[in-house]
Design a protein. Sequence first.
Length: 153
Amino acid sequence: MEELPLFSELGGPEINLLLPICRLIEGGIGHYLIHEGEPVRDIYFLLSGEATVRKEQKQIATIGKGAVIGEMTLLNHTPAFATIQAKGPFKALAIDQLAFSNLLEEHARLASVILKKIARALSLRLMMTDAKLAEALSIPHDYKQGENDPEGT
């Protein structure tokens, strides 16, 4: 568990608090971890393998080892934002969101470390999304108004 970035700053006593609510899941190609629009009961930490992230049936990302899945629903209690499906064999640590939330409420340091790491991961994801959006919306530098318009309008 300590090899996961989210838990890398935790000590033995904090890891021992998490162990009773964790379970290992394994699956193969095509296994769905989360379905868009449906309730999410677990938060997942991908230990190995890769998965696709699809929004409205369009692939928007590929995630791999170390990825956190279900963190958005943990924070805002909404249905799944996207569908997560395994691209091949995988292992993940699954934690019931209610038990996880209760544990974080009871242990301030544990909550601080984990929630800061989740916030950093979400911030990085937002920055990458913003960069992709800016690139998609930008007008090529060699484009000049009227030059590619045969009507000159």
